[in-house]
Design a protein around this ligand. Structure first.
Ligand SMILES: O=C(CO)[C@H](O)[C@H](O)COP(=O)(O)O
Length: 254
């Protein structure tokens, strides 16, 4: 009994330490990116996910302390709420169609800065906003940094699909050698429904691909609205590391 309790205590402690290490890493990456890329007059795309929460917190502090004028365009309902909650200047792409910087998280990032995004199901708006930015800055913790996509993120490529087309799209994905899984909701019966009322299919892959070709093929599949493969979008990535440092990766010259 005592041994069991001790083991449980040790495992809880280990879990807590790991969690705080990951959260500190997200915070460090977000802080560095905000400090280095946000400036007075900046039109900023605000990404989605848990790392972006830290970025918005640091952004709000910077805006207040340095008196900066920053216009924020959200990539999701979550991002919009964060901008409002922090009293930041909210805009949208119809009023602010050109952005200077977009700061967003990623589920995985390779050395060429190819990304898998959409773990939070926001890939469509995230890609639209990223495409409006002069520069996309990625913020992530050390678990997201990899040599090859698929090495760290095992859930596959999030693909946003028109609901009535999900079965034929999944069949097509199988014919491309992918293993599609319809993403199911956690606190609702049935599938996840995105901010744009679509479904998300996570397409698992076993071997590395030519990401650009795969992305083109996926986007040409009728019923596919957008994918979480971001090829050629990111300019720089900040990874918070286990030791508290931040590792910075720039897009290699082509
Ligand atoms: O693409 C995303 C949401 O669609 C997120 O940016 C991605 O999932 C990373 O999230 P987190 O910062 O919570 O790890």
């Amino acid at each position: 009994m005592i041994l069991r309790r001790t083991l449980m205590h040790t495992s809880t402690l280990f879990h807590k330490t790991m969690t705080s290490q990951v959260e500190q890493a997200k915070d460090a990456a977000a802080l560095r990116a905000v400090r280095e890329h946000v400036y007075d007059g900046c039109r900023l795309g605000v990404g989605s996910g848990s790392t972006v929460v830290y970025a918005v917190k640091h952004l709000a502090e910077l805006v207040t302390t340095a008196g900066l004028n920053v216009t924020c365009v959200p990539t999701s309902f979550q991002a919009r709420q964060l901008i409002i909650e922090h009293g930041l200047h909210l805009s949208d792409l119809s009023q602010t169609p050109e952005l200077d910087v977009v700061i967003d998280g990623a589920d995985e990032c390779d050395p060429q800065l190819n990304l898998i995004k959409g773990g939070g199901g926001c890939q469509l708006q995230e890609k639209i906003v990223a495409a409006c930015g002069k520069k996309m800055v990625v913020i992530a913790d050390y678990r997201k940094k990899s040599q090859e996509l698929g090495e760290q993120w095992k859930k596959g490529i999030p693909i946003e699909v028109v609901p009535m087309a999900y079965v034929p799209v999944m069949n097509k994905l199988r014919s491309y050698g992918l293993e599609p899984v319809l993403r199911m909701a956690q606190s609702k019966a049935g599938p996840v429904v995105t901010d744009n009322s679509n479904f998300v299919v996570d397409a698992k892959f076993t071997a590395p691909h030519n990401w650009e070709l795969l992305e083109t093929k996926l986007c040409r599949t009728p019923g596919v609205v957008e994918t979480g493969l971001f090829v050629g979008f990111a300019s720089v990535a900040y990874f918070g590391m286990k030791d508290g440092s931040v590792s910075v990766l720039h897009k290699p010259p082509v």
